[in-house]
Design a protein around this ligand. Sequence first.
Ligand code: LP5
Length: 240
Amino acid sequence: MSTLFVSDIHLNGLQPEITEQFLGFLRGQARQAEALYILGDLFEFWIGDDDPDPTYERIQNELKALTDSGVACYVMHGNRDFLLGNAFCRRTGCQLLKDGSVINLYGKQVLLCHGDVLCTDDLAYQRLRRILRHPLTLGVLRVLSIKQRQALANRMRHESRKHTQQTHSTIMDVNQQAVTRYMQQAKVQWLIHGHTHRPAVHQPGTHSTGGTRIVLGDWHHQGSVLNWSAQGHELISLPR
Ligand code: LP5
């Protein structure tokens, strides 16, 4: 038995090839697993559990079939889908997992996060994150109509594209000191995250963290899965 990790699938109604590959993964490889961890940005954007988009409904039904089959499924908020809430959990049988959770993985203490908190050089993003995750903001967002939330999300995507095109790519990667601090505070030697779309296994000694940092890839052009069992772990690219 093994435990699987994915992130940054960015499911949306306009790229059915991503949806089909992910649904195939849920019906196939994921069914053989003990647990599936989705570490943020399962959806391209999630404007609330009341979004009636049929693609999103189909995906929720497949997640329900997975959890009904006995596979535990944990979902973490990403920067695109931090409004995933209790109704989503009820419909899918998934459990929301807090950013920065530590789990015991076959005897190892492993820290899990989406990865955006580690990009501390991206000051504009960190400011946006603080505002969006503030309980007051979340309260206001939840009372807006679907149309208003959709318009806001579109505007944010537009502004974000401008920002990411103008910002040097190193600024949008993790800050090594932030990684070290994060791992030290959690007292772990292992960290798994996504967000940066730079899949890699950074071994101890590569940087100053003293531990291993595994970065999951995005699903824009292929799938990316980390398969972890008692025998070891492997970061796998799934061709499309
Ligand atoms: O996502 P990605 O990788 O492209 O870029 C991220 C950072 N950007 C974001 C913003 C999201 O992409 C926007 C989509 C969110 C949808 C959520 C919908 C639900 C909420 C709204 C409706 C209820 O996360 C980007 C980072 C990059 O990662 C790498 O780390 O650089 O950060 C930025 O782009 C920072 C910019 O400063 C963002 C500017 C957004 C400005 C929003 C203005 C809103 C105006 C509203 C007017 C009323």
